[in-house]
Each structure stands twice: as structure tokens, then as C-alpha cells.
Ligand binder design. Structure first.
Ligand code: SME
Length: 160
């Protein structure tokens, strides 16, 4: 049994430090990509407050396909020219969206979502997946969140 105990009151830098350590512990010695993405989704859900969705979309034959996640059922396939996830995958760059209603082409999988952070998972210059976090709070995410999730993306990139 794994028992991680995030402290919701701790500063973000510490929270992401603890999250990175927990994630490294979980994926150590495990090569199965679905198992690792599933556990990282669960960790994100447990550690990062104010989320209504957290998980992965994988690049499959040139489009994003839903992977392991926590939250409500979500749209299954996302073309690269659609949505915040598509923008992250097409550009290979983190997308930090303070107001999803102002993002052209945003895909509302959950009407409660107000802000979003999407980080590409890149190995050898190829986008293999994206990590998507949604929040019902406007402007929920900042540079510290982006840096914390980019660290997770770097951890899982060799394992996908
Ligand atoms: N909002 C995303 C779609 C995925 S769901 O949020 C889970 C987007 O615009 O790409």
C-alpha cells in the first residue's frame, strides 16, 4: 500500500517537490505505460487542490486519444488543431490558460472548467502525450504549477 499525505496548506514549491518524490517512487521499476499514467493521474488528483480533471491524452496516429485520468468522462479524441490539448501537442509547449472561455477552440469536456494547464510529454523531440489539468477556479494555474507538472512530464517521458 502506498500512503502519501500531501499537506494542502504547504507552499506550492514544497507541494510539487513532494509530488515529484511520490511520482518517482511510484514509477520506479515499472515499465508499463498505462500503469504509470494511471498512478500519476491519481497522484495529481490527490496532491493538486482545486481540480475537476487531471490526466493524460496520448498521441496516437497523429491525434490525441484519451488516456488514464481522474474526473468526469471526457472527450476521447482531440485533433491537433483543436483545444488547449491540441495546441500543446502541436506546438510542443506548455499551455497555461487563465480563462478557457477566452481560448479559441477550447473543448469543454466538463462545463465546470474555468482554467486549464496542459504540458506536453516529449521524448527525442517527439510529443508522446500531454498532461491535462482542469480547474473550476479562474486563473487557478501559474508558472509554479507549470514547472511542477513539467517535472512530472520529464519523469514519465522515458516510460511511455
Ligand atoms: N479542455 C481540453 C479538452 C480535454 S478536457 O478538458 C479533459 C481542451 O480544450 O483541449
Amino acid at each position: 500500500m502506498y500512503q502519501f499525505a500531501p499537506d494542502p496548506g504547504q507552499p506550492k514549491a514544497e507541494l510539487y517537490e513532494d509530488l515529484a518524490k511520490a511520482a518517482a517512487t511510484l514509477v520506479a521499476g515499472e515499465r508499463d505505460p498505462v500503469a504509470n499514467m494511471a498512478n500519476l493521474s491519481a497522484l495529481l488528483w490527490q496532491f493538486v487542490p482545486q481540480l475537476n480533471w487531471a490526466g493524460f491524452y496520448r498521441m496516437v496516429d497523429g491525434e490525441l486519444v484519451l488516456g488514464p485520468f481522474q474526473g468526469k468522462p471526457a472527450c476521447i479524441r482531440i485533433p491537433l488543431d483543436r483545444g488547449v490539448c491540441g495546441a500543446a501537442a502541436a506546438s510542443g509547449t506548455t499551455q497555461l490558460v487563465e480563462d478557457v472561455h477566452a481560448f479559441p477552440g477550447h473543448i469543454a469536456c466538463d462545463a465546470a472548467s474555468r482554467s486549464e494547464l496542459v504540458v506536453p510529454v516529449i521524448r527525442d523531440g517527439q510529443v508522446l502525450a500531454v498532461i491535462d489539468l482542469d480547474s473550476p477556479e479562474p486563473a487557478r494555474f501559474d508558472g509554479e504549477d507549470a514547472a511542477g507538472i513539467e517535472r512530472l512530464a520529464a519523469l514519465i517521458a522515458p516510460l511511455l
